[in-house]
Write a protein that binds this ligand. Sequence first.
Ligand code: HEM
Length: 200
Amino acid sequence: MMNNPKIFDKAVHEFDSVVGKHKLVHESDLHHLNYIKACVKEALRLHPIAPFNLPHVTTADSTVAGYLIPKGSHVMVSRTGLSRNPEVWDDPLTFNPDRHMKGNKEVMLTDHNLHTFSFSTGLRGCPGVLWGSTMTTMLLARLVQGFMSELPPNERGVDLNENLHDIASGFSQSSPASTYLSHSTQCLTLAEKVIYTFIT
Ligand code: HEM
């Protein structure tokens, strides 16, 4: 949002018209802060906390998009592969909260169509989704309320491009995992790098 002051200003404008300048934002206001929620959803889409979901094991033979996934397979879903899929999202690498605004419809951070994978879905989906959504939206709302954010003088932007070689380098260069990671994770967040370092 610091890279794009228009987005920040739009969030401030929404905040001022919904909550005003004379009280602290309350949980009951969050339903009406649709644009701020769209900013959170877009941040989770573009920069998920980790590149892959926790592994799950299939309990029966399944077919997904024509591929047979045999019973007992370990399945790891690529969050970035889903949430940056150019067949689903226009201009997927651009931070654009407006893509989640659908008229007056309330923006929900969950996505049961699996166009993003922030909280997963189904029986093993995140049970803390309400708590997580509320805390994250409240955090951004309070930052927007309490602070003006802008780039330091002489800075042209915050570089959010992550180095995909860091995550791929742990695998042998010729391994399928290395190739897959190179193709599927265009950008890795700092958090992803930390988690990756931790597991290798
Ligand atoms: C923005 C905040 C959060 C995000 C993005 C998030 C995301 C996720 C995701 C993607 C999973 C994996 C689901 C799967 O394996 O298919 C998960 C699992 C889980 N989450 Fe969250 N979560 C958040 C906050 C929370 C909070 C606040 C709690 C508890 C208070 C929580 C409790 C859990 C638990 C217990 C599981 C394991 C569920 C299971 O394996 O059956 N999460 N979460």
